[in-house]
Design a binder for this molecule. Sequence first.
Ligand SMILES: CC(C)(COP(=O)(O)OP(=O)(O)OC[C@H]1O[C@@H](n2cnc3c(N)ncnc32)[C@H](O)[C@@H]1OP(=O)(O)O)[C@@H](O)C(=O)NCCC(=O)NCCS
Length: 230
Amino acid sequence: MAFGPIMRFKVGDLDIELAPLTHESMSEFVNLSHGGGMQRHQVTRYLGRRLAPTVEDEHEWFDKTRADRTSIVWGIWVIDGNERILIGNSALNGIGEDGHTGFIRQATSGSMIFRPEYWGKGIASAAHKARTWYAFQHLGLHRIKSAVIHGNGGSSKALGRSGYTFVYTERNETFVDGRLRHMDCFECLNPLDLFWRQWWNGDKPPAESLKARRLTRGVMAWAEENVTLP
Ligand SMILES: CC(C)(COP(=O)(O)OP(=O)(O)OC[C@H]1O[C@@H](n2cnc3c(N)ncnc32)[C@H](O)[C@@H]1OP(=O)(O)O)[C@@H](O)C(=O)NCCC(=O)NCCS
């Protein structure tokens, strides 16, 4: 595990690749000539981070991630001819660590595009769809969890497009831009019959989850058609 396999798809005219990060590429996360990436408040304010990382921190994170058997991480690259531009990452963390039965397999997802000039183009929405498909179709997870700090509307919208639904709110989770902020917790359930049945285990799924299941099934169909897993 640690890094996920290459996945390719298009977002409008852009060729996007989810692929393993490299040690050398980590400096892009803090590259000042592209605006500073994770050293920008604009990028990290909803991530619960206060300290700006340096390239040494990024290399440390890379080494830790490479050895982590409970995470699957991808870099998000824009492919422009021969140029590969690293713009962010996407991850499934804590895979299988939850749950006392050891039977239900879950993960917590997270994502970041550290170059804001690439925001609002649908890249995260599509990357979430590819990641959701991989998690359900190829890893056989039952459930993906995520959490979004209030104010980060772009993040909840992008997650909603994969069929993540609201579960509950943690009040006063953090303090951002002069205000205490709540955090919404979301879940996305594997819509495939086997996993769906095991998750609900005889309980009646609420209407919201049934609606989300239809959406996630649509996402899986989109990915089968549009995501290349070479
Ligand atoms: C959150 C993030 C991943 C979204 O990536 P993105 O590629 O811009 O997302 P998308 O373009 O796929 O979708 C975002 C949608 O939300 C909309 N949006 C943006 N800000 C919004 C806001 N404050 N309220 C509501 N909608 C908003 C966008 O217009 C877009 O909708 P559209 O496609 O209908 O125009 C990106 O902004 C980011 O990396 N932010 C910094 C790190 C972060 O917050 N990560 C998530 C932690 S939970």
